[in-house]
Each structure stands twice: as structure tokens, then as C-alpha cells.
Design a protein around this ligand. Structure first.
Ligand code: ATR
Length: 284
């Protein structure tokens, strides 16, 4: 018979996972592993493939199994709101959470750091960017777009134009986020870009294996800040064309890196640096 492991030898290193389905291609485990090694911290961060019908049970079990929190990704970002005990105002407003904290009292706290990651990426790579200098134009109205809307409004954007293939989703965002939003028809995206000083692609178009985002860019202001949430490839056809027209472009990888930092700090006690090394690691 095997001897029981003495309690003193059981690892109490904090455990964290990223919950999603599929999850094998997530870049978060290697990013967090890099930060743990870099700061010499005890802890483990692992991919957790979870089917929607098992989400509630998994969230009950993880805190009892030594987990101090989790990231949440597709398709669970909305469902976790109903399973958490407390939800931050911004996660409630966005309608999705990506970061969970399992408290010592067993309660689950849900937050959304995607909007923070979006803005932190722009601040890092375009330090002169002024959100209130002119209208912002957002292409797309899915889950990721909602985090962008919340953060742009927070940053002081005075007019936020939005167009989506399914117009109703853009109308819903306007209904929830208010008067600073102006909805454009999908066919009018080119027109929506006139005079915009900040332009964001929040659709999945341009991603490897998908069609490129095809919108007329003639109205783009040279000098406008243009960013894409798609980061595979880093330089999407949309960003390449905007750059050729004299725009300042920022790729979407930094949003992924920056959204991870607040969670890492909460779970492992150290604010990690988002630098070239972290970028290289996440790119793999
Ligand atoms: P995410 O959480 O990544 O935002 P999502 O909620 O599925 O994912 O949203 C995907 C976005 O890409 C939506 O704005 C979607 O437009 P619809 O709301 O009309 O579906 C947009 N999108 C995806 N494929 C598209 C396509 N072929 N043409 C135009 N927009 C597309």
C-alpha cells in the first residue's frame, strides 16, 4: 500500500486556469507561465476545456481544488455572469466577464478586463493618442465590440460611430450605452470613417482563414489611429491598407497581453510587465 503524502509536502501553489471550449490554442497559459517564471512565483496556470453544460459544476469545484481564479473565454463569457456571486459594474455593462477571482470565503467575483486591455494597448503603442480629438468609428458589434465601446466612452470619446453587418446588434449597443453612439448602416462604413480620428475593427474579418475586411478607406484621415482586434495575422490587410494611407496602426496582440495583467496581479501578487518578451512568448 502506498504511503499517504504528508500534508507538509502538498503543494499550496495557487492554481489558475483558462476556461473555454475549444481552449487548446489559447495563448494565455504560456503567457502566464512566462510571467510566473520571470518573477520566480509559485503557481500554475492551465487550459481547462469545459463544455457549457458543465460550467456551473466546474465553477463549484475549482475553488475547493486549490484554484484562486480563472480566465474565461468563448463560449462562457456571458454565462459566468449568472454564476458569479459578485459582478463589477463594467462586466455587467459589457454583459460578459473574462476574469474570475475565487475568494477565500468561497464566493466568485467576476470582472471584465478586455476594455482595460484595449485602451492599455493603445496607450502603450500610440502614447500621443487623444480619444477626444475627434469621432471614433467602430466596425462590429459582437462581444468584443461591447468591451471596446465601454472603454472608449470611459476614455472620453465624445462621438462613437458603430456599424455592424447585423444592424440590430449595433442598435442594441446604442440602446444600452447611450447618446454618444451613432449607428451607421453596414453599407455606409466608408462614409462612417469620414473625419474619424480613431478607427477600430472588432469583427472577426481579416483573421487567418477568414475573408479580409473590405471597406472603402478613401475617407480615412491620414494620422488617424487605426487598430484591429484580430491579431492573427498581426498586420491584417485592413491595418496594412490604413498604414499605406498614412494612418498610425496598432495591432491587437497587446490587448490580449494587457487584459491578462490585472488577473495575474490579483492571483499571484505581482503586476507583470507587458513588454517585447511577453509579446514574443504570446506569439509562440
Ligand atoms: P466576438 O466575441 O469576437 O466579438 P461575435 O460576438 O461572434 O464574436 O462577433 C463577431 C463580429 O464579427 C460581429 O460584429 C459579426 O457581425 P454580425 O453581428 O453581423 O454577425 C462580425 N462578423 C463576422 N463575420 C462577418 C462577415 N462575414 N461579415 C461581416 N461581419 C462579420
Amino acid at each position: 500500500m502506498q504511503d499517504a503524502v504528508p500534508a507538509s509536502q502538498i503543494s499550496h501553489a495557487p492554481l489558475v486556469g483558462v476556461i473555454g471550449m475549444p481552449i487548446a490554442h489559447s495563448r494565455s497559459p504560456r503567457l502566464h507561465a512566462h510571467w510566473l517564471a520571470r518573477y520566480g512565483l509559485p503557481g500554475h496556470y492551465m487550459p481547462l476545456p469545459v463544455m457549457p453544460e458543465h460550467l456551473a459544476e466546474v465553477l463549484r469545484i475549482l475553488p475547493r481544488a486549490g484554484f484562486v481564479g480563472a480566465n474565461v473565454t468563448i463560449p462562457h463569457k456571458e454565462a459566468v455572469l449568472t454564476l458569479a456571486d459578485t459582478v463589477t459594474d463594467r462586466a455587467a455593462l459589457i454583459g460578459a466577464a473574462n476574469t474570475l477571482i475565487f475568494r477565500p470565503d468561497g464566493k466568485i467575483h467576476a470582472d471584465n478586463t478586455d476594455g482595460y486591455g484595449f485602451i492599455a494597448n493603445l496607450r502603450q503603442h500610440a502614447p500621443d493618442w487623444q480619444p477626444d480629438r475627434g469621432p471614433a468609428a467602430l466596425i462590429g458589434a459582437g462581444g468584443a465590440a461591447r468591451a471596446v465601446v465601454a472603454s472608449l466612452l470611459d476614455s472620453g470619446v465624445r462621438e462613437l460611430r458603430i456599424a455592424n453587418r447585423t444592424r440590430l446588434r449595433a442598435e442594441q449597443i446604442k440602446a444600452e450605452f447611450g447618446a454618444r453612439l451613432v449607428v451607421y448602416d453596414w453599407a455606409q462604413v466608408g462614409h462612417m470613417l469620414e473625419g474619424a480620428t480613431t478607427v477600430v475593427n472588432a469583427t472577426s474579418l481579416g483573421m487567418e482563414g477568414k475573408q479580409p475586411l473590405r471597406v472603402p478607406l478613401d475617407a480615412l484621415l491620414p494620422g488617424a489611429l487605426v487598430t484591429d482586434l484580430v491579431y492573427t495575422p498581426l498586420m491584417t490587410p485592413f491595418l496594412a491598407e490604413a498604414q499605406a494611407r498614412g494612418c498610425q496602426v496598432v495591432d491587437g496582440l497587446g490587448m490580449l497581453l494587457h487584459q491578462a495583467a490585472p488577473g495575474f496581479e490579483r492571483w499571484f501578487g505581482q503586476r507583470p510587465e507587458v513588454d517585447d518578451e511577453a509579446r514574443r512568448i504570446a506569439l509562440g
